[in-house]
Design a protein around this ligand. Sequence first.
Ligand SMILES: CC(C)(COP(=O)(O)OP(=O)(O)OC[C@H]1O[C@@H](n2cnc3c(N)ncnc32)[C@H](O)[C@@H]1OP(=O)(O)O)[C@@H](O)C(=O)NCCC(=O)NCCS
Length: 268
Amino acid sequence: MSDVSDWWRTSIIDMAPGRIQMRGRPIEDLIGSVTLPQMIWLMTRGELPSDAEAKLLECALVAAVDHGPQAPSIAAARMAVTCGLNLNGALASAVNFLDDVHGGAGEQSVELYHEIAHCAAEGVPLEDATSRRIDVWQTEKSKYIPGFGHRFHKPRDPRAPRLLALVEDAARNGVVSGRFGAIGTAVQSYLESKAGRAVPMNIDGATAVIFAELGFAPPLARGLFCLSRSIGIVAHAWEQMEQGGRNKGPTPPDYRWTYEGENPIEQA
Ligand SMILES: CC(C)(COP(=O)(O)OP(=O)(O)OC[C@H]1O[C@@H](n2cnc3c(N)ncnc32)[C@H](O)[C@@H]1OP(=O)(O)O)[C@@H](O)C(=O)NCCC(=O)NCCS
């Protein structure tokens, strides 16, 4: 039967009738003794974090839950509900918006922080390692550095300094190294000096500092953000269900788009 049982191989869960074990721990022992952030860590990393590590992870998860109906993910959830979707459909639609530009940039942020860390580990001073890797990123990939810039919160996204302060606290207490906090700060300084204006660290960049400090792999940074934002998505989708709107588009119907083709209709 191994050709069948080996079809899916996992170190995450084992089951027999009446028994469920996650990462070798009976579910009844986990229930009531671990927090949700600890459970997320156990599931994705295979071991339980310390209380202090779990607390820092929780801070990042709390910070990213919502950014209001102008955030594309939240707007998608609300529009989906007005088109008749239930919570599962609204959640799935909204999470699909969390990609490189909105909510998913933490993945590339962690990658960039790692590139800078590797460069610095070779003896390059942090400022030089930062400017070097950012210049390479902007030349080879995109002028937009993931995790930085905000269309609304200028000059600062209030979530970022708070999260960075928590990282500093954790570093002082020996929970994390603090090197990714320093790297994130160096990226922000370099971007601002280069652009001559504020390019604030955003929620993806700030939570990416925490995920990198805690040793999460880059793709998990995106996965964790999706978990966090799912809370806000469900809240907004549910509120919209209770409000009961029907077939709402992105703007009220009296507002129209800019037509750039032939024969525009005269506006009244
Ligand atoms: C979020 C984002 C889409 C906002 O873009 P935006 O509305 O164009 O931002 P602004 O209008 O404030 O841009 C002002 C200037 O800062 C620059 N800038 C903005 N974000 C930047 C970034 N991440 N890296 C480098 N420069 C950036 C812009 O290029 C622009 O310069 P320009 O006028 O010379 O072209 C953009 O910052 C971005 O793509 N960031 C990376 C992806 C990311 O982190 N997404 C998560 C968002 S929460």
